[in-house]
Design a protein around this ligand. Structure first.
Ligand SMILES: [Zn+2]
Length: 334
């Protein structure tokens, strides 16, 4: 049992969300792994979270797996957070446990198993990647409230701001948006601070001036400020939310690109402030030398293109051979 806990990252109880499948053969199981990775890619895109699928080295794969692909997210300072994994087991568990099926041709065969698991670390990654000094920043797909509406009371305008705000909330709810009308006591500035802390993507401010002009001020969680006409409220809010999601994803993509750099000598790995992309021959002895040099882990070989476009690797960073050379990633997992 762990004694030192960190919210979402190192906890006493881990809630996993897992899929376990039995497939008819190895190719079908390989197809299932690809489908799992594609499903995760769609979800990560909706959250604006760039990630890497990395095939773990033999000594770090799930015990008994044929291979393990980890879903890793760089979170700055050369650190990575593993938020899920996909395992291909071939018949490794089916044989000892006798898990068989009758095939179409009447023969009895062992199944090929896969698992796909995610944990609530995904939320930790969202907070680490998108959050800032003012608090959480949630993409619209994850935000409990996409839109927060704050009327600004004014003695001269009577209850016009409040009435307009209530009407705006009603219309946006009817359009399917998740809306919170914050018309309770408290100064508007304190409410802005509160909803920024909680990561609400879009805030609508309605004062006497806005209500009289049939418009409202919109401020997204990245500080982008626009004026929306009340007449086109629903479509204008959707456009503002989409623009916010795009800006958030672009900001995360820029941080992601900056999170990796190529290293060509073991001596360069000490104190790395980025995740290092390195040539590796695939041998375990070299892998352990790399891990020692970076004081972390050889994360493995990326599935698909490596994060830094550096052509082909020249040689193994540890032994200098060009035999079996491939790009690998080394970092310090949190
Ligand atoms: Zn080597």
């Amino acid at each position: 049992e762990t004694k030192t806990t960190r919210p979402f990252v190192r906890v006493r109880e881990i809630h996993f969300f897992e899929e376990h499948t039995c497939q008819v053969d190895e190719a079908a199981a390989t197809g299932r792994v690809a489908a799992n990775l594609a499903a995760f890619a769609r979800m990560a895109a909706a959250f604006g979270l760039p990630f890497l699928a990395i095939r773990r080295p033999e000594w770090d794969k799930f015990a008994g797996a044929y291979y393990s692909v980890a879903l890793d997210i760089p979170i700055g300072a050369g650190r990575t957070l593993q938020i899920g994994s996909v395992h291909h087991y071939r018949e490794n568990f089916a044989r000892p446990y006798g898990i068989r099926f009758e095939a179409a041709d009447g023969s009895t065969r062992y199944v090929h198993q896969t698992t796909f698991g995610l944990s609530e670390r995904l939320l930790g990654a969202v907070l680490a990647v998108h959050g800032d000094d003012r608090g959480a920043v949630f993409p619209r797909a994850l935000a409990p409230f996409e839109v927060v509406i704050v009327p600004i009371p004014s003695a001269a305008a009577g209850d016009l701001p409040q009435r307009t705000a209530a009407e705006v909330a009603r219309r946006l709810e009817a359009a399917g948006r998740r809306v919170r009308l914050d018309d309770g006591p408290g100064r508007p500035g304190a409410k802005y601070y509160h909803w920024e802390l909680l990561g609400a993507p879009l805030r609508l401010e309605i004062g006497a001036r806005e209500a009289a002009a049939q418009q409202l001020a919109a401020v997204d969680r990245l500080g982008q400020r626009t004026v929306l006409p009340l007449g086109e409220l629903e479509s204008a809010v959707d456009r503002a939310l989409d623009a916010f999601d795009r800006a958030l994803a672009e900001r995360a993509a820029a941080s992601f690109r900056a999170a990796f750099s190529i290293a060509t000598a073991l001596a360069d790995l000490a104190g790395s402030a980025t995740v290092r992309q390195i040539g590796w021959c695939g041998r375990e002895a070299c892998g352990h030398r790399i891990e020692q040099a970076i004081d972390g882990a050889l994360l493995g070989v990326p599935e698909g293109a490596p994060p830094v476009d550096g052509g082909a690797p020249a040689a193994c960073i540890a032994c200098g051979t060009t035999d079996g050379i491939r790009w690998a990633l080394a970092g310090r997992p949190l």
